[in-house]
Design a protein around this ligand. Structure first.
Ligand code: URA
Length: 210
């Protein structure tokens, strides 16, 4: 059973995160670092996957060796910044199916509104890893998890690069059954909803938009 919140303090993760935070870091480097960190975070979030033994022959002798117990997986990217985490994780878990959730914020109600949803079939049989680099207010993340649960998912984990305490609390209240893995929990959110000190707008930084 995973803790509700895991902060990955590994030196490689923390070093790469610092480089990503720096405002001078160019777009291409930011994207590459995100890809690398995504794999280190995925390593952590899959730590307790079930294993089974398989009889194999090495060139020297037969042995019973551990393999993944065939658990079906789905990665779900919360658009658009989630896509920056997707490719690196897919390299590690090439058999995972991929889904996408698109949400925008209604300017009047400030509530997240769905504009796109596409999920692999049999979500209920899969370990679902939802990915979004920034867990800020937690509103869109919690809404994305609602959609995944409505689509049948029962075993969901959330992987992000950076979180604000407000977002962690919001997710814990709305989805206490969804463990979160992140590289850091920062100090707070500012009045514009940015994580402080954070790294700015993750989507803009990875895609070179403003
Ligand atoms: N989304 C971002 O990309 N950055 C923040 O700081 C908060 C939300």
């Amino acid at each position: 059973m995973m803790e509700h919140l895991t902060v990955v303090k590994h030196p490689l993760v923390q070093h790469k995160l610092t480089l990503m935070r720096e405002q001078e870091t160019p777009t291409a480097v930011f994207r590459q670092l995100l890809r690398e960190i995504s794999q280190l975070l995925a390593y952590e979030i899959t730590r307790e996957l079930p294993m089974e033994m398989k009889r194999i022959e090495t060139p020297v002798a037969p042995m019973d060796a551990p393999v993944l117990a065939g658990r079906k997986m789905a990665l779900v990217s919360i658009l658009r910044a989630g896509n920056g985490l997707l490719d690196g994780i897919l390299e590690l878990i090439p058999s995972a199916r991929v889904g996408f959730v698109g949400l925008y914020r209604d300017e009047e109600t400030l509530e997240p509104v769905q504009y796109y949803f596409k999920a692999p079939e049999n979500l209920g049989e899969r370990l679902v890893i939802a990915v979004d680099p920034m867990l800020a207010t937690g509103n869109s993340s919690a809404a994305a998890i609602d959609l995944l649960k409505d689509a049948g998912a029962t075993d969901i984990r959330f992987l992000c690069l950076l979180a604000a305490p407000e977002g962690v609390e919001r997710m814990k209240a709305a989805h206490p059954d969804v463990p979160i893995v992140t590289a850091a929990v920062d100090e707070k959110l500012n009045e514009k909803g940015y994580i402080v000190p954070g790294l700015g707008d993750a989507g803009d930084r990875m895609f070179g938009t403003k």
